[in-house]
Design a protein around this ligand. Sequence first.
Ligand code: V55
Ligand code: FE
Length: 507
Amino acid sequence: MAGHFRTQAPAASLPGQAFGRYPQFSGIMKPSRFEGEVQNLEVDGTIPHSIDGTFYRVMPDPQMVPFIEGDPWFNGDGNISAFRIHNGRCHFKQRYVRTEKFVRERQAQRALLGRYRNKYTDLVEFHVRSTANTNIFYFNGRLLACKEDSPAYAMDPVTLETIGLEDFCGQMPSLTFTAHPKLDPVTGELHCFGYEARGDGTPDVCYWTVSPDGQVKNVSWLVAPAVAMIHDFAVTDHWILFPLNCLTCDVERLKAGGEHWQWDPELPFYLGVMPRYGGNNSNVKWFQGPTAFPGHTANAHETADGNIVFDLAMAKDNIFVWWPDRDGNAPDPKSGACRTEMSRYTIDPRSKDLELPTPAVLGPDDCEFPRIDDRVSSKPHTTIFYLAMDPALDTNYQAIGHLVAGFAPYNAIGQLDVVTGGLAKYFPGRTHFVQEPVFIPRSKDASEGDGYVMAMVNNLSTMTSELHIVDTNDFTKAQAIIYLPMNLRIGLHGNWVDSQDLGLSKD
Ligand code: V55
Ligand code: FE
């Protein structure tokens, strides 16, 4: 075993197995840790029979109490929730991804993995450190449970059993796989990338596609101008877009037991623009703008005159305040520095001038987690659904503020028409916070954005979770509310999969 691993934990760092004494594991952030199923969940309103499929979502949900002080939300074990909707009924199933971390910690009956993305702080040597906690994505008959530091874990979409690491028929070109792959709605191929693709602290970025039958194609390698977080990306007909965050990694800091990420206020915001076919270091362009925090991408497309239109959530300062700058400073989330806006860059990929234009702001909200109708991914889109933190809404902080403990949840879902600027909002209730929405088309040939939006909601007055369904034609009220008999922790990403795509009968 390599010498850099501690062979025993200092006794003082061994806490009891009680999450409740840590603020980040209390209130709304209390781990769920449940595995099992509940059939025929309670429903208010009616679930349209045309909605037939499964909503998958993942939450970081620590199995064991970490031995790292202040262990961030992003380091919990991936626990997958599946809501199967059929004949107006909803059946719930939840199961942890059997990652190497999960299996070995269960065996040892204690935490073994150390600091977020720092192998030098682990108690044992792991082959793969994935927590599989960021996205759950259906492709080619399998669910991919993703963490951007590792390959994905493949799971059975019906039983939620873990199959093993997904290496795409042994052709996986990169050590890492993004949590935000994009399914091409025209070709059916999966657009993939990894950053730190040759290991911790490497500036290498790898892009590839996987054909619908599982073959790796179109492998491109780039060296990025910084070892920076690339959490999400975007695809157009001819271009691949890589927004680099101003959070950077340094191997010496890792070896000293420090954090993977540090905010670098001197780094520009780099946006890599690479040809979709045959990208390399000589044809990628690294556009630059002022220091920024690029968040999740909504979509990108090309205009008739060959420009790229790219919509994503952007903040001016470091949203991940638990990874401060080199002086230990991070913005106060209440100061407005963390305000995140849906922003639109219009870029000429042929330009010799690599300075990014100032983006247009698409709406009035402090918002994140944009989603579109995935049938227009990489093509022009009209509607963006997103999570908003709207202080004008009537959230009862007096009643529930103590359960939020420093976490900044979202209190509404926005439905933004980016062509007209029209905006409707769904407010789930005064004691409710909402998680990433997904869009469900009304039918196979429904027009873009016509259908339903589904999202997990935490009701803090009952401390139970709910699944809300909203009709896009009547966005301010719920079509149906599905009730779980327990609270699920705040999650990250999820996706809707139609029963037909899962090979399940609709009868
Ligand atoms: C994100 C989430 C992560 C992570 C890196 O939302 C970036 C962004 C849940 O883990 O490891
Ligand atoms: Fe994400």
